[in-house]
Design a binder for this molecule. Structure first.
Ligand code: A3P
Length: 322
């Protein structure tokens, strides 16, 4: 995640008008509530610029998620799938063997940091990008019902209790004293980064129901259960289904293996360096356990119950459940 190093005048003016908070135990993580979502302060001006200037192309593919829901995995799978003709998954010089998955495609909001927008326009089609922004902040990606156009968005969500556990482990790499209960509380009260998580998920969920041709809604747990079938869904969705010859050649299996947790974790490039320039989360922290149900070893039954109740309440009547 790239955030600007120095605040611009626009930044100061925009942010000073918003409710902001700092997560206890994470002194340099300031969040501001922008259009109903708690964004890291440095991403508020890019969020505003994105809404003013982003012009989706019909061929664009945007991988969207909340942090810790399988972003890196989906980014790797999407990149490997879209680029498979130029870079067969078995190739020794495949970009995913020398680059972190996040270096293989641009972070959409990162490109709206002042001065970088030109890069997005200069990218050849089809553009593959990723974002943590709520769908409502990417105007035009999914047009209103009945209208044509837009682009393709692939969203990945995760069982919220596991997401919170993953988030805590990740934050702890930089803030070792951070208590699990602090991260749990900000998830429950909606003030986690890019939260409230239920509004983030529901924005994409509702769009996937109304416009399935624009939004593919995936679950981390489904990917764990059957990665190959989900890679096929992804390929069909972006208009690049695997041919019979590719199936026979094991291309799907090759992509799944290349992007597996063990494979990515084992790459030298993912064992060193940082995810971002400011807070310096180590890249290797992106690859931890990769299982469903890890919440059981971190939450009391009361905590699990509290979170389940919040989720059930917020998702009631939406057709989505965890
Ligand atoms: P855990 O912390 O539960 O292990 P994100 O990429 O959105 O930050 O999500 C990180 C989570 O995805 C971590 O979960 C991480 O271990 C898991 N993950 C990363 N790469 C993966 C892969 N290739 N396969 C399965 N899970 C992966």
């Amino acid at each position: 995640t790239t955030v600007p190093e120095r605040p611009s005048e626009e930044h100061v003016a925009l942010v000073s008008a918003l409710p902001c908070c700092t997560i206890a135990g994470m002194s340099n993580m300031k969040l501001c509530c922008y259009q109903g979502f708690w964004l890291p302060e440095g991403l508020v001006p890019p969020a505003a610029a994105l809404q003013r200037r982003f012009e989706p192309r019909p061929s664009d593919v945007i991988v969207a998620s909340l942090p810790k829901c399988g972003t890196t995995w989906l980014v790797a799978l999407a990149f490997a799938t879209l680029a498979r003709r130029a870079h067969p998954p078995g190739a020794g010089d495949h970009p995913l063997r020398r680059l972190n998955p996040h270096q293989c495609l641009p972070f959409l909001e990162g490109l709206f940091i002042s001065g970088l927008e030109g890069k997005l326009d200069a990218l050849p089609s089809p553009r593959l990008m990723n974002t943590h922004m709520p769908l409502a902040m990417i105007p035009g990606a999914v047009p209103a019902d009945g209208a044509g156009g837009g682009c393709r968005v692939v969203y990945i969500c995760r069982e919220p209790k596991d997401m919170v556990v993953s988030l805590w482990h990740y934050f702890r790499r930089v803030y070792p004293d951070l208590e699990f209960s602090e991260v749990f509380d900000i998830a429950c009260d909606g003030t986690m980064p890019w939260g409230p998580f239920w509004d983030h998920i529901l924005g994409y969920w509702r769009a996937s129901v109304a416009r399935p041709e624009n939004v593919l809604f995936l679950r981390y747990e489904e990917l764990l259960r059957d990665p190959a079938e989900n890679v096929r869904r992804l390929a069909r969705f972006v208009g690049l289904p695997f041919s019979a010859a590719e199936e026979e050649d094991g291309v799907v299996r090759g992509i799944v293996e290349l992007c597996s947790l063990d494979s990515l974790r084992g790459m030298e490039v993912n064992k060193a360096g940082y995810v971002d320039t400011r807070i310096k989360f180590p890249r290797e922290a992106l690859f931890r356990k990769g299982v469903a149900g890890d919440w059981k070893s971190h939450m009391t039954p009361e905590m699990a119950c509290r979170m389940d109740d919040i989720v059930a309440d917020k998702l009631r009547g939406t057709g989505l459940a965890f």
